[in-house]
Design a protein around this ligand. Structure first.
Ligand code: R5P
Length: 302
């Protein structure tokens, strides 16, 4: 689809990404009017003519995840009720995707969110680094997910790094595919952390598979939420003789005081994609933000 032929809208958590995408693709932007009733209920309205038009709707399902998800659903519904021909949701970070299986008696929130997104009128979803590949199958509409790994790889290549001094580390088994992808582009070996999660938001390192002694390490993950996973992994990896630790993560969820934990940790640098806007009060010197919008524009809107 040519983005220049579509109407491109954004909601509250899509603003930063929308302006980056607009710079990368030259598209004009329109915002959806979002408001609240006094009890907190949200409403969304389209202020422009969209009859028969292809519409692109940009919104991340980042914190506050429930409100931002609801905005996305209401905006899609508003566009469809205004007779848009189609609604393509560009969701740089799709919250709820971590909840993609039942461990005990939990809901599968990722599937439920997929159902309601389709029900709201979304015809296609474009996203970045879903938590797991199978989530695409939760949607009964096409889902196109790009990997941010090439953006991270370019960053390291530009620093003139030397492949034999670096090892790419998966901080848990779920991250192995991503770590292999980065290691294969950079020509490095990989190591894997055997992470155990006794309960949500708590993580423990059980073991490390692979050689890390004397190496610079690049930990690659999809989400940094409490930062427990990468901070615990960094501590254990330094104990095992690592020289320095870099982290590449697609989505800067950064809940609670995650940035303070990272500041105090042994991590030298944490490199994020711009799928979630980091509030100014959470920005620290260790953070580097890479723009993935050019890749999105190239892959999705030719
Ligand atoms: C887990 O499966 C994910 O890939 C991330 O490792 C996890 O969500 C990070 O969470 P936290 O930063 O709270 O440890």
């Amino acid at each position: 689809m040519k983005i220049s032929e579509a109407k491109v809208f954004f909601c509250s958590a899509g603003c930063g990404f929308a302006s980056a995408l607009s710079k990368a693709s030259g598209c004009a932007l329109s915002s959806i009017k979002v408001g609240r009733f006094s009890d907190g209920e949200l409403f969304a309205s389209v202020e422009e003519e969209v009859h028969g038009r292809q519409c692109v709707l940009i919104q991340s399902v980042s914190a506050p995840a429930n409100d931002n998800l609801m905005e996305l659903l209401l905006a899609a519904d508003a566009l469809k009720r205004a007779a848009a021909a189609s609604v393509i949701a560009v969701v740089p970070y799709l919250g709820y995707c971590r909840q993609d299986k039942r461990n005990k008696q939990e809901s599968i929130a990722a599937k439920l969110v997929a159902n309601i997104m389709v029900k709201s009128g979304i015809d296609e979803v474009f996203t970045v680094d879903l938590h797991s590949k199978q989530i695409e199958g939760f949607f009964d509409v096409p889902v196109y997910c790009i990997s941010g790994v090439p953006v991270f790889a370019d960053y390291f290549k530009k620093t003139g790094f030397s492949a034999d001094e670096f090892v790419v580390v998966a901080p848990d088994f779920g991250a192995v595919r991503r770590a292999r992808e980065l290691a294969s582009i950079l020509g490095c070996d990989i190591a894997i952390v055997d992470k155990h999660r006794p309960k949500a938001n708590v993580s423990e390192v059980m073991n490390v598979i692979g050689e890390v002694n004397g190496k610079n390490l690049i930990i690659v993950d999809d989400i940094i939420d409490t930062a427990g996973t990468v901070c615990n992994a960094s501590f254990e990896l330094m104990e095992r003789g690592a020289r320095g630790i870099y982290v590449c993560a697609s989505h800067a969820v950064l809940s609670g005081s995650a940035e303070k934990k990272i500041e105090k940790s042994m991590i030298k640098e944490m490199i994020f994609l711009n799928t979630i806007e980091i509030p100014a009060h959470k920005m620290i010197d260790k953070f580097k933000i890479l723009d993935v919008s050019l890749l999105v524009a190239r892959e999705f809107f030719r």
